[in-house]
Structure formats: structure tokens, C-alpha cells
Design a binder for this molecule. Structure first.
Ligand code: NAI
Length: 454
């Protein structure tokens, strides 16, 4: 008999969610983690970067206080103190998570684990046997061929540890990480240039979102070079020089490489144990089962959106499946996406383009935050864009504006529950809130706009 019902390899969002839920269901669980419980999200991703973004918002508010009639002077930014605030947030959450894991009697095993057979994970000289194994080893920053990380060339991992704000930053990659860090550095006073190979920023989002973000970044004096192909970078003693394929040379104090994240699966024994892989990712069915019976995979190593909340959902579903319950597969098409730059971007479901590819008749509406009282009070610009199948459900919601990430919950229920705008408008939206903008957009789509022109 196995020592454990489940051995989870990797203690990030997907892995720890799986371990906690499995333990809650009465299973004997081991959780193996090489670094720190909580993984990328807690230590190098979501939480520390959002703390920096909040500090950046405080800087912006202080700098712009005069707009609200408040006299304030920004004396400066102490990066060590910003780091202390950020690390305090992470430390409190880490402690809470550690206490949850021990309260649920999960055996936490610290060390580098390898899948040594379809039923065992080896950590040093310890062999953990499990009735089921869950692979949850996550992702790490990618670089480009010939682009060495080190010195003035960093990924988000190193960027988080910097103790001072560089004067000039080049951000390579205008995806989620690129635009978030560009936003932080700009608020902290750096001169920022984004280099993006595709024709627009955040290219996975609706084009209207990219246009709004590019406009907002121009206003913030962030230089955006889209359709720009990176050729090489040279880390000189006093600066880093980036060369583009068209011959342009740009110099900066720091080059942040944000060209995507790849799975952490190399050298972990997965392929050797017969687990089907594709370009380094683990292939699973909708219940997280790999090609090897009893071996599951969750989170960023499974092709799809690399988001912590997707990892949580995978982990919970897999734990329930192992426990013999009948969980619904995770709906990968209604996972909310939030980019915490300024202005924020939040979306769920299909872009207009994707909807038009799938449905013959599609209607859209864009409600400008200029008509939303609370957004005017905050002084933010942006919009709510809705995409619906004609006479049918809302299939996409796209939000832009300061703090609009907080509105994604309702949007997600609307898309997930396939609500029609006519159903949504029967529910009142409190005035004055930014949430009201979602209500107004649905009123417009239902043919009865209130604070908008017909
Ligand atoms: P990404 O895939 O979002 O963006 C990478 C960008 O780099 C793309 O736009 C790509 O066209 C560009 N690029 C690639 N090669 C290039 C080249 N040679 N020259 C110029 N541009 C080039 O990846 P990113 O931003 O690194 O994020 C990785 C993952 O982490 C994403 O899946 C993201 O969802 C996740 N993440 C999510 C966050 C959130 O939910 N708020 C925050 C941070 C990361």
C-alpha cells in the first residue's frame, strides 16, 4: 500500500490548492516544494508585483494630488522601504499558507522532487509513494536565443529584487508582464520604452483594449514601439544597448525581458515515466489526467492561460477527481484575465474578433467611463466593451480604467452563466460606483441606454 493517497510535486497555486482540497477530503497528502510554499504567484509574481503596483498608485496619487485640490509634495521613493512593505505582505500570506498546510495535516516535504516512477516522487534520498501523483511544477521566465540574463539584463524575477529605480528602462515584450512593469517603472519616475514585436500591446486582448492602453501610455510618456523586432542586446559596463532589426539602437540602464513564460518540466522524469508532453508542456484531458494512469498535472505546465486562479481551479478539481467525487471540468473559456497596469485591463470571454469567427451575428457596445460618476470622481478614463451574440448571451466583456479589475467578478458570472443583457438590466447597479458602468453598458445593449447617447 502507498504511503500517501496523493503526492503533489510543486507547492505553487495549483499544487497547494490540490493538496489542501485533497486533505480536506480525508486523503493522505504529501506536498513537495523545492523553494517556498506558495510558488511564483506568492513570492515572485502576482502578490509582490501587485504590491509594487499599489505603491506606484500611491506615488501617482501624491504626484497628482493637486488635481483634487490637495496640496502634497512627493519627496521621493525609498525603494528599500517599498521592498519592506512588499515583503511584509508576502511574509504574512506565506505564514498563513504554512499554517493552513500544517492544520490540514499535509506532509510538507522541502526539497527538489523528481518523478522516479508513475507512483513515486524522489526527494534526495527519500522516496514518497502515492496512489496518485499530481505534477504542479509551474513556469519560469523565458529569454530569447543569444540573450543572456544577468547584469543589466533581467527578467521579472530579478526585477523584483532591485533596490533602486533605474533612470531608463527598456521593456522587451508588451504582454502582461511587460506592461505591468512598464507601469510601475514609469510611476516611479523612470523613462520607459516598450519593444513589442506584434502590431499592438497586450495582443491577446480585444484590439479596442490595446488602443486604449497605448493612448494612456502615450499620455503617461511611456514610449511604445510596436511591430519592432529585437535583434540583439549588449550589456556594457555603464548601460545596456538594444539593437532592433531595422538598425535602431536604444540605450538604457536596465533591460527587462518579458517575452513569455515556459513550463518547468525539464529533467524532472516526466517523459521518462511515459507522460505525454508537447513543447515541454504536459498534455492532460479535461480532468487533469496525463497519459499515465494515476498521474495528473495542473496549472502552468498544462497548455493554456498561465494564471494563478486557473491553477487553484485545476488543483481543486483534480483533488476531487482523485477522491472519487464528480467535479465539473474547469471551463477554460471563461477564466477572467486581469492586467494590473495603470489603467487596469480586465476581460473575460471572447474578443469581438473571436466572437465574429464563431457566430454570424454579433453585437457590441462600448460604454465610455466619461459617463460614469465614480470614474469621473477618480479621474480615470476607459470603457466597458460588451460582445453579445445577436438576441443571445453576452460572450465577452472587456474593461479598461483605474480599478476596473474589481468589476470582473460580475462580468465573469454574466459570461459564465450565458446571461442576456435583458436579464442583467433587471438587477440594479449601485450609484455611484464603477460597477454601474457595467450596468449602463448592458442597458445600452438591451436598447435602453441611460447615461449614454443612443
Ligand atoms: P506574454 O505572452 O503575455 O507576452 C510576451 C510578449 O512578448 C508578447 O506580446 C510577444 O509578442 C512579445 N515578444 C516575444 N518575443 C519578442 C521579441 N523577440 N521582440 C519583441 N517582443 C517579443 O508573456 P509575459 O508578459 O512574459 O507573461 C507571461 C505569463 O505570465 C502570461 O501568460 C501572463 O498571463 C502571466 N502573468 C499574468 C499576470 C496577471 O494575470 N496580471 C501578471 C504577470 C504574468
Amino acid at each position: 500500500m502507498s504511503e500517501y493517497d496523493v503526492v503533489v510535486l510543486g507547492g505553487g497555486s495549483g499544487g497547494y490548492a490540490c493538496a489542501l482540497r485533497a486533505a480536506q477530503l480525508g486523503l493522505r497528502v504529501a506536498l513537495v516544494e523545492a523553494d517556498k510554499l506558495g510558488g511564483t504567484c506568492l513570492h515572485r509574481g502576482c502578490i509582490p508585483t501587485k504590491a509594487l503596483l499599489h505603491a506606484a498608485e500611491v506615488v501617482d496619487i501624491t504626484r497628482e494630488a493637486g488635481r483634487f485640490g490637495v496640496r502634497a509634495t512627493l519627496e521621493g521613493i525609498s525603494m528599500p522601504e517599498v521592498a519592506a512593505y512588499r515583503d511584509g505582505v508576502v511574509a504574512r500570506l506565506h505564514k498563513g499558507l504554512q499554517s493552513l498546510v500544517s492544520a490540514r495535516s499535509v506532509d510538507y516535504v522541502q526539497g527538489w522532487g523528481v518523478l522516479s516512477s508513475p507512483r513515486t516522487v524522489t526527494v534526495g534520498d527519500r522516496v514518497l509513494t502515492g496512489g496518485h501523483i499530481v505534477l504542479a511544477t509551474g513556469s519560469q521566465p523565458r529569454s530569447l536565443p543569444g540573450l543572456e540574463i544577468g547584469g543589466r539584463v533581467v527578467t521579472s524575477d530579478e526585477a523584483l529584487r532591485l533596490q533602486q529605480v533605474p533612470e531608463r528602462v527598456i521593456v522587451l515584450g508588451g504582454g502582461v508582464i511587460g506592461v505591468e512593469f512598464a507601469s510601475i517603472y514609469r510611476s516611479f519616475g523612470a523613462e520607459v520604452t516598450i519593444i513589442e514585436a506584434l502590431p499592438r500591446l497586450v495582443a491577446a486582448e480585444d484590439p479596442a483594449v490595446s488602443t486604449a492602453l497605448e493612448r494612456a501610455y502615450r499620455k503617461r510618456k511611456i514610449a511604445v514601439r510596436t511591430g519592432a523586432r529585437f535583434a540583439s542586446a549588449e550589456d556594457r559596463a555603464d548601460e545596456v544597448v538594444v539593437r532592433l532589426e531595422d538598425g535602431t539602437e536604444l540605450a538604457a540602464d536596465l533591460l527587462l525581458v518579458a517575452v513569455g513564460r515556459g513550463p518547468v518540466t525539464d529533467g524532472l522524469g516526466f517523459a521518462e515515466c511515459g507522460v505525454a508532453m508537447e513543447r515541454g508542456y504536459v498534455i492532460t484531458d479535461e480532468y487533469g489526467r496525463t497519459s499515465v494512469p494515476g498521474v495528473y498535472a495542473v496549472g502552468d505546465i498544462v497548455p493554456g492561460l498561465q494564471l494563478a486562479h486557473r491553477g487553484f481551479a485545476h488543483g481543486i478539481m483534480v483533488a476531487e477527481h482523485i477522491a472519487g467525487l464528480d467535479p465539473a471540468p474547469v471551463d477554460e473559456t471563461t477564466i477572467p484575465r486581469v492586467t494590473y497596469c495603470e489603467p487596469e485591463i480586465a476581460s473575460v470571454g471572447l474578443t469581438e474578433e473571436q466572437a465574429r469567427e464563431r457566430h454570424t451575428d454579433v453585437e457590441t457596445v462600448e460604454y465610455n467611463l466619461g459617463g460614469n460618476g465614480k470614474s469621473q470622481i477618480l479621474g480615470t478614463q476607459g470603457f466597458v466593451k460588451l460582445v453579445r451574440v445577436a438576441s443571445g448571451p453576452v460572450v465577452g466583456v472587456h474593461l479598461v480604467g483605474s480599478r476596473m479589475s474589481e468589476q470582473i467578478g460580475e462580468a465573469q458570472l454574466i459570461v459564465g452563466w450565458q446571461a442576456h443583457p435583458e436579464d442583467v438590466v433587471t438587477h440594479l447597479h449601485a450609484h455611484p460606483t464603477q460597477n454601474e458602468a457595467l450596468g449602463e453598458a448592458h442597458l445600452a445593449l438591451a436598447g435602453k441606454p441611460l447615461h449614454a447617447h443612443n
